[in-house]
Design a protein around this ligand. Structure first.
Ligand code: SME
Length: 165
C-alpha cells in the first residue's frame, strides 16, 4: 500500500504539527520495527518542515548512537557529557539552542548548522533516545516546535511501551 502524507499548504507551523502528529501515530501504530518507524518519522518531519537535519540518537552502550535521519552526514556517537544531545539526555528536557556557537560544548556535525532543538523520548522516566533537529538559520526553533516535537516524542514513547524495542 502506498503511504501518503497530507500536509496543509497554508497555515502556521502549529497547524502543520497538528496535521502531522496524528499521521505519525497512525503510521507507527501497527508496525513493530523501531528502525522502520524512526526512518519514516524522520522522513515525515523532513517533508513537512524541510528541516536541514532531522533524526534520532538512541541510547545504546552508555552513549548516544546515531539512528535514522534525513540530512547531511552526521556524527555517529555522542557521549552523554557532550553536545546539545548529551545535555538533553542529562537534563531529560527539551533544549532550544538559538545560536549553536553560543552553546558550550556544541558538537558541529555540519558547519552550516546555526540553531538546534533536541527533544528527549522518555519511557518510565528514562531517556531512550533524543530527536535532534538542526537549522541553517539562527533562532529558527520556538515553542511551537517544542510542543509539536514533544508530541512526536510522546507518540514514540507510547509505541515503546507497547512494542518494546
Ligand atoms: N549538534 C549536536 C550533534 C548532532 S548533529 O547536530 C546532527 C550536539 O551538539 O549534540
Amino acid at each position: 500500500m502506498a503511504e501518503q502524507l497530507t500536509i496543509p499548504s497554508t497555515g502556521t507551523k502549529k497547524d502543520i504539527y497538528a496535521a502531522v502528529v496524528p499521521q505519525i501515530e497512525a503510521l507507527i501504530a501497527s508496525e513493530s520495527d523501531l528502525v522502520a518507524n524512526l526512518a519514516n518519522i524522520a522522513a515525515v518531519l523532513k517533508q513537512a518542515f524541510d528541516f536541514f537535519w532531522v533524526g534520532f540518537y538512541l541510547v545504546k552502550d552508555g552513549q548516544l548512537v546515531l539512528g535514522p535521519f534525513q540530512g547531511p552526514l552526521a556524527c555517529t556517537r555522542i557521549p552523554f557529557d557532550k553536545g546539545v544531545c548529551g545535555a538533553c539526555y542529562r537534563e531529560k528536557q527539551t533544549l532550544i539552542v538559538p545560536d549553536v556557537e553560543a552553546f558550550p560544548g556544541h558538537i558541529a556535525c555540519s558547519s552550516e548548522s546555526r540553531s538546534e532543538i533536541v527533544v528527549p523520548v522518555l519511557l518510565n522516566g528514562e531517556v531512550r533516545m533524543v530527536i535532534d533537529v538542526d537549522s541553517k538559520a539562527l533562532n529558527d526553533f520556538d515553542e511551537q516546535d517544542k510542543e509539536g516535537l514533544e508530541q512526536v516524542a510522546a507518540a514514540i514513547s507510547r509505541w515503546l511501551a507497547k512494542y518494546g524495542d
